[in-house]
Design a binder for this molecule. Structure first.
Ligand SMILES: Cc1ncc(COP(=O)(O)OP(=O)(O)O)c(N)n1
Ligand code: TZP
Ligand code: MG
Length: 520
């Protein structure tokens, strides 16, 4: 069992400077990798002499020393992701860029670069200027670069004075090197009390809004953030999920580490395990909300006013939730006592309205929680119990109309980022998928797995959550154990040899879990 756990750990490298004070650099990176379930390896670029109040020396290593570490790692410990921190001179930048180019030709590896070059005091940390080498050689080998405001100004050559110029600088940097840009807001607040990061990936801008934590233990936050993002990428999380979890990990370290006393100056940020509490996660800014203007999102055309708070479902545990495409299935399953159902018609004929009207009538007759997938206008017109919408539908649908008609709203999500984004609308439930591979719909690039589901479900313990995708009688137990109150299934019922037995077995698993959670 122990071996199994160890071999399952993804390998993450940090190419960075050692901080003799133990708060930043390699030391912070390895603590982060370990906390987030990865095996950390290191290639040291400089043996810095520092404590919590001063950087006394940098002590860059030679190209030979740096290169020999990288080559030794490559021979035996191929990385699932790489974090780069302090590169102390131009030759090091070129050595690492060249190495990465060859390594990534063998196999794609996500690379996250935290451009550490200026200390908080303003002192340069490099021997000479490395700007040209970073821009022309290193950034093209990186997937993400995580500058703070000063580093953004340095690399983009754009003066940052507000949200608009910040986005302009991020766009400039991204277009230059090709890497996505996450601008960290720890040093400058655009809104009082908020510490917000901007992600620009070349297509879309996202603001992740965190709340300020009072306290002086902030040393190593940039290193920790970029390492946490690298760890999450190694775990297979897409970029946005990795950024959101990384920010939450740092926030948790700031919050729980605020009262430790280490050194006379800025103490190290805490390393406190996987973030499982919603309080540490950023809010994702939604266009149309009041503060969007302060983050430069006010001028983007006519944003839909931000609508939140939809009619509630009567229980956070909606239980077994079959998703079916005919009225016959609705009728059959209602007769079996199933209470939560969805009508999901993907090839509508001319009688769509009539089908929805009849579905609503069945729903009323059996007192169902019946959700209509996609067709929200017809659902409103027919007086349905609720509608289910995907992420893309959120932009197109008239949420105000759904809300004012009193319909419940369920929203699909595929990871932390979408979960947090959809949660801002306070829908009636949030669906998470696909948990496993499924033949019902191509979800191959959006598989979540049970461990990630459990981590997402932990954030919203009392909120109605639905898991979907590849769930069957064999797998339902471990899904229900994550704490979700509902499992949505298609083929486990519609393709079952005996659908009545499938309903009974899935219900028994749900009842069993609920009985264990709720003492009578
Ligand atoms: C309960 C539940 N969860 C997710 C989905 C998927 O909805 P969506 O993302 O809109 O995709 P389609 O179902 O329209 O293909 C769902 N239908 N139900
Ligand atoms: C509609 C949908 N959305 C995410 S997975 C999925 C299909 C689930 O079907 P099955 O239960 O047969 O895997
Ligand atoms: Mg849909």
């Amino acid at each position: 069992m122990r071996d199994q756990v160890l071999t399952d750990k993804p390998i993450v490298w940090t190419i960075a400077g050692s901080d003799s004070g133990g708060g930043a650099g390699i030391q912070a990176d390895l603590l982060t990798f370990c906390d987030l379930g990865c095996h950390g390896c290191s290639a040291i670029t400089a043996n810095t002499a520092q404590n919590t109040v001063e950087v006394a020396a940098i002590n860059a290593v030679s190209i030979e020393v740096l290169g020999s570490q990288l080559r030794a790692l490559q021979r035996d410990l191929f990385p699932a992701a790489i974090k780069i921190g302090l590169l102390a001179k131009a030759e090091q930048v070129l050595e690492v860029a060249d190495f990465l180019q060859k390594l990534r030709a063998l196999q794609p590896v996500p690379v996250i670069y935290d451009p550490v070059a200026i200390a908080t005091s303003g002192a340069g940390l490099t021997e000479g200027d490395i700007t040209a080498e970073v821009l022309s050689q290193l950034l093209p080998q990186c997937d993400l670069v995580t500058p703070n405001f000063h580093e953004l100004e340095w690399l983009s050559q754009v003066t940052v004075k507000d949200a608009e110029s910040l986005l302009g600088a991020a766009r400039q940097l991204q277009s230059e090197g090709g890497a996505a840009v996450l601008v960290t807001g720890g040093h400058t607040q655009l809104r009082l009390g908020e510490v917000s990061d901007l992600l620009w990936d070349g297509k879309k801008a996202d603001w992740f809004i965190g709340s300020e934590v009072s306290g002086n233990n902030t040393h190593g936050t940039g290193c920790t953030l970029s390492s946490a993002i690298a760890a999450c990428r190694a775990l297979g999380y897409p970029l946005r999920d990795a950024c959101v979890v990384g920010k939450a990990y740092v926030q948790r370290g700031l919050r729980l580490g605020a009262n430790t006393h280490i050194g006379a100056g800025a103490g190290p940020v805490g390393h406190c395990g996987w973030p499982l509490e919603l309080v540490d996660f950023p809010e994702i800014l939604v266009p149309g909300e009041a503060r969007a203007q302060d983050y430069g999102l006010g001028a983007q055309g006519v944003a839909q006013p931000f609508i939140h708070g939809f009619a509630e479902v009567d229980s956070s545990r909606m239980g077994l939730y079959p998703v079916v495409d005919t009225l016959e299935w609705l009728q059959r399953l209602a007769e079996q006592g199933v209470r939560t159902l969805q009508l999901r018609i993907k090839n509508p004929g001319e009688n769509l309205r009539e089908q929805i009207e009849r579905a609503v009538a069945i729903g009323r007759a059996y007192n169902l929680r019946l959700f209509i997938n996609d067709f929200w206008q017809l659902a409103i017109q027919c007086g349905a119990y609720g509608v289910h919408l995907g992420q893309e539908d959120l932009q197109a649908a008239d949420l105000a109309a759904i809300q004012s008609a009193g319909l419940r709203l369920g929203i699909s999500t595929h990871g932390f980022y979408e979960l947090l984004l959809a949660y801002r609308y306070r829908p009636s439930y949030l669906a998470i998928g696909a948990i496993y591979a499924t033949n019902t719909k191509d979800m191959s690039d959006q598989l979540q797995g049970v461990q990630k589901l459990a981590r997402m479900a932990a954030l919203l313990p009392d909120y109605p959550l639905v898991a979907i995708g590849g769930i069957n009688v064999q797998r339902a137990g471990e899904v229900i154990a994550t704490g979700v109150g509902s499992i949505a299934v298609v083929s486990a019922i519609t393709k079952a040899e005996d659908y009545k037995q499938a309903v009974a077995e899935l219900n028994a698993l749900l009842d069993n879990e609920y009985a264990e959670v709720e003492p009578c």
